[in-house]
Design a protein. Structure first.
Length: 617
């Protein structure tokens, strides 16, 4: 291991007892501190969780379908009848579907799995950083992740990003274990974690691969040939652990499974490469432009400043300046360290993760929601903790003190700028952050001792307050954003979840769900209580009634499922109770328009609870 010496060079220090690469840290308090961290994280993520009711109704309906049908559970079906899947792979729905089967379907079983995944991610990040930089750094990293606003948001909301983060952190943990003694089995396990992360959110999971593979090739304590063989074995593990499900979908008879929502040809592979792959990077293929004319809910304008902008800044950038400073300083001070040095390897792993993913998020032209940035949170937290700990250990050297002071100053001043964007929310908070920032930074530069705790409090104040405020705010819809009530930094988030609170929440295009309509749907006995030309509207009807509802055309309204011929057959067999009029989100190549026309020509409309409804059976 390396630390800084008085002349600014790097030197090895002996490993701590009980761990091959653990630092000598005070042990009597670190275990209770970890317990307190995990309990506090669980409280933060589970506190008033059901205030968000169903969160994202589209995915909540898929959880409901998975609790009613094993086929829907396996493929991520939007409805238990098996017409179409959601537009994402199903692994994150496997978790919530099992929760719903074991504990019963409810708002809690929809949202709690993400909270559990968040606590596990914090614990695993702590364990990963501890192995290279000691228990104190591990605790710092875990706390930083737990309090990051977008992490608080995602670990209290039913989107795939929570499980994605957990699996990516698990991959990093396995990679660090592999680095210790060039253990191929641990590197293969890292590949397995990445493969299942791919089945959670497809191509986004692969953004960490360059960092994991590159660091192993550089720093693993074995020959170059063995390093390459181990990386190839891990690559094979990625392919197998992700590919088995793609093969299963391709081999499964199409007529006995749901249509793969979002794909052009009922193919999960095409969904991964197209709509959820290259379409996200370059735009098109069903993706809105990343900039959307500067639309905050879609990431804002592309460029290096995007992660600090009005859309993504309040989600993820609180500690980002400190992480970048720490990365640069850490790599400079370890430039002469041995090839296998664990501190530098850790910096390169987390730094590579941050830089590759950050550049992609900054310049992607397809759909780029602010909450995607939660994938950066573990890397930022780890870099701040590792660099901060190492610079503090080398504080006898003036350049190290200056770098550490810059980390504290950048965090405080940028936090002040972020809070200034919501000047009417706790206005005293930003000044409470600015004053200690100046004092602590100055104290570090002049070599004052016993300011470590003050530095940590200063660094955590802005992100922590905003994270807690996020937990206190109910969120709903398809594009949730962090923030305290109606005062989100972007100016768009609020108690309903920010931009898009109704967008995809079941109350938009398809209209409201009245008690009379819910009662009518509950009395049906067919496979589907109803069909409607809006997947979001179908989700709202399904959640309200507890019955399966066909969302014609899927999320965007453009999927050819069901076809007109299939829908006519369902109606002839008496399997669909009602057709509820609604405006889909697309049309394109979808079948919603022609189905709506056919229904209008052959059935008589009535009004139930203010909605135009056709009784089909």
């Amino acid at each position: 291991m390396t630390t800084l010496t008085a002349d600014g060079s790097a030197t090895d220090i002996p490993p701590a007892e009980g761990g091959a690469h653990r630092r000598r840290d005070p042990q009597w308090w670190t275990t209770p501190a970890l317990f307190a961290l995990l309990v506090g994280t669980a409280a933060l993520y589970l506190w008033n969780l059901t205030d968000s009711t169903w969160g994202n109704e589209y995915y909540a309906a898929a959880t409901q379908a998975g609790a009613q049908s094993w086929t829907a559970w396996l493929f991520g079906g939007l409805d238990a009848g098996g017409v179409i899947t959601v537009d994402k792979p199903p692994v994150f729905l496997w978790v919530s579907g099992l929760f719903a089967r074991v504990f019963g379907f409810s708002s809690w079983t929809v949202l709690a799995p993400q909270a559990v995944e968040g606590v596990l991610a914090v614990w695993l990040l702590h364990a990963t950083v501890k192995r290279t930089s000691g228990a104190v750094a591990g605790l710092m990293a875990g706390a930083a992740l737990a309090l990051t606003p977008v992490a608080v948001l995602m670990f209290r909301f039913n989107l795939p990003d929570a499980l994605l983060v957990l699996l990516l952190v698990a991959a990093a943990y396995c990679a660090v274990r592999a680095l210790e003694h060039a253990r191929v089995r641990w590197l293969v396990l890292a590949g397995v974690a990445i493969g299942f992360a791919f089945l959670t959110k497809m191509g986004q999971a692969l953004l960490v691969l360059p960092a994991l593979a590159g660091v192993y090739l550089l720093a693993a304590p074995t020959t170059l040939v063995k390093r390459w063989l181990h990386v190839l074995a891990a690559g094979a593990a990625v392919v197998v652990s992700a590919g088995w499900f793609l093969v299963l979908v391709e081999l499964w008879p199409a007529q006995s499974r749901p249509y793969i929502g979002g794909s052009a040809d009922d193919s999960l592979w095409e969904l991964a490469v197209g709509y959820n792959g290259l379409g996200r990077i370059f735009g098109g293929q069903g993706n809105a432009g990343g900039g959307m004319g500067g639309n905050i809910g879609f990431g804002g304008s592309t460029g290096l400043g995007r992660l600090f902008g009005a859309s993504m800044g309040g989600e993820i950038s609180w500690l980002l300046p400190a992480a970048l400073i720490g990365l640069g300083a850490g790599l400079w001070f370890t430039r002469n360290a041995p090839r296998t040095d664990r501190t530098r390897a850790a910096l390169l792993l987390w730094g590579g993760w941050l830089l590759v993913s950050g550049v992609v998020f900054s310049f992607m032209n397809g759909t780029a929601h602010p909450y995607y940035t939660v994938a950066l949170a573990p890397a930022i937290a780890a870099l701040v903790a590792i660099a901060g700990r190492e610079l503090w250990r080398g504080r006898a050297h003036p350049p190290a003190r200056i770098a550490l002071a810059l980390m504290v100053a950048a965090t405080g001043f940028w936090g002040f700028a972020l809070l200034d964007r919501v000047a009417d929310w706790l206005p005293a908070l930003r000044w409470s952050l600015l004053v200690p920032t100046v004092l602590v930074s100055t104290a570090i530069v002049v070599g004052a001792r016993r300011v470590a705790a003050l530095a940590l409090v200063t660094a955590a104040l802005g992100t922590g307050a905003y994270g807690v405020a996020t937990a206190a705010t109910p969120h709903a819809g398809s594009i949730p954003m962090s923030g305290p009530g109606d005062h989100a930094i972007s100016g768009t988030a609020g108690a309903g979840g920010g931009f898009g609170a109704g967008f995809g929440a079941g109350s938009g295009a398809a209209g409201s769900t009245s008690a009379a309509l819910v009662s009518a749907l509950r009395e049906t006995t067919g496979t589907w209580a109803a069909a409607t030309t809006s997947a979001q509207g179908a989700a709202s009807l399904a959640l309200s009634s507890g019955k399966a509802v066909i969302g014609i055309g899927g999320w965007s309204g453009g999927d050819p499922a069901p076809t007109l011929e299939e829908f006519q057959r369902y109606v002839a067999e008496g399997r669909v109770g009602y057709f509820v009029q609604g405006d889909g989100m697309g049309g394109g190549r979808g079948s919603g328009g022609e189905i709506a026309t056919w229904v209008a020509e052959n059935f008589e409309a009535t009004s139930i609870g203010g909605r135009s409804v056709y009784k089909l059976s």
